[in-house]
Design a protein around this ligand. Structure first.
Ligand SMILES: Cc1cc2nc3c(=O)[nH]c(=O)nc-3n(C[C@H](O)[C@H](O)[C@H](O)COP(=O)(O)O)c2cc1C
Length: 142
C-alpha cells in the first residue's frame, strides 16, 4: 500500500550547506534502498518534507527523521493512501522555500506551514516543484 506523508519541522541552528548535503547524501542511499521518493523544502528556518513509498517503509523513515538532532517541533501534517507517486523522479529533491522568495510571497503572503491545512501545504509544494526546478535533485534510479 502506497502512502504519502507530509510534515513540517523547525531547524535547530542555522541551515548550512553542510547539514543539507549530509541529509541529501543519507537520503540518496537510504531512500533508494527503501524505494522512497519525495521532496525536501527548506527556508526561513523551516523544513517541509514529502515522503512517498510503502506504508511500512515510510513509517520507519519518519521515525528516523523525527529522531534527528538537526530539527525539532516535527509536526505531521498528513498521511494519505495514494495510487501513484507525485515525486517519483527523486529519492529526495531539494527546493528552497523562503518567505523572501517573490513567488512564495506573491502567491502565499500569509503562508505558515504550522497553521496551513495539509491541502494548502501540498499545493504550495506542487507549485514550487513545477515552477522552480529543484536545486539539488537526487535521482531515484541509479
Ligand atoms: C529535515 C530532515 C530530513 C531528512 N530526510 C531524510 C530522508 O529523506 N532520508 C533519510 O534517510 N534520512 C533523512 N534525514 C535523517 C538524516 O539523514 C540523518 O539520518 C540524521 O540527520 C542523522 O541523525 P542526526 O541528525 O541525529 O545526526 C532527515 C533529517 C532531517 C533533519
Amino acid at each position: 500500500m502506497l502512502v504519502r506523508l507530509l510534515y513540517v519541522s523547525q531547524s535547530v541552528g542555522p541551515m548550512t550547506t553542510t547539514v543539507t548535503t549530509s541529509i541529501l547524501e543519507k537520503s540518496s542511499i537510504y531512500n533508494k534502498r527503501e524505494n522512497i521518493t519525495g521532496i525536501l523544502c527548506q527556508g526561513s528556518g523551516l523544513w517541509m518534507q514529502v515522503l512517498e513509498g510503502e506504508r511500512h517503509q515510510v513509517n520507519a523513515l519518519y521515525a528516523r527523521i523525527m529522531a534527528s538532532r538537526h530539527h525539532h517541533h516535527v509536526e505531521l501534517l498528513s498521511m494519505e493512501e495514494i495510487t501513484h507517486r507525485q515525486f517519483g523522479h527523486w529519492s529526495m529533491a531539494l527546493v528552497h522555500l523562503s518567505k523572501d522568495d517573490p513567488m512564495v510571497r506573491m502567491a502565499h503572503p500569509e503562508f505558515d506551514p504550522y497553521t496551513a491545512t495539509s491541502k494548502e501545504a501540498m499545493s504550495l509544494l506542487d507549485e514550487l516543484i513545477t515552477s522552480s526546478s529543484p536545486i539539488v535533485a537526487t535521482e531515484s534510479k541509479n
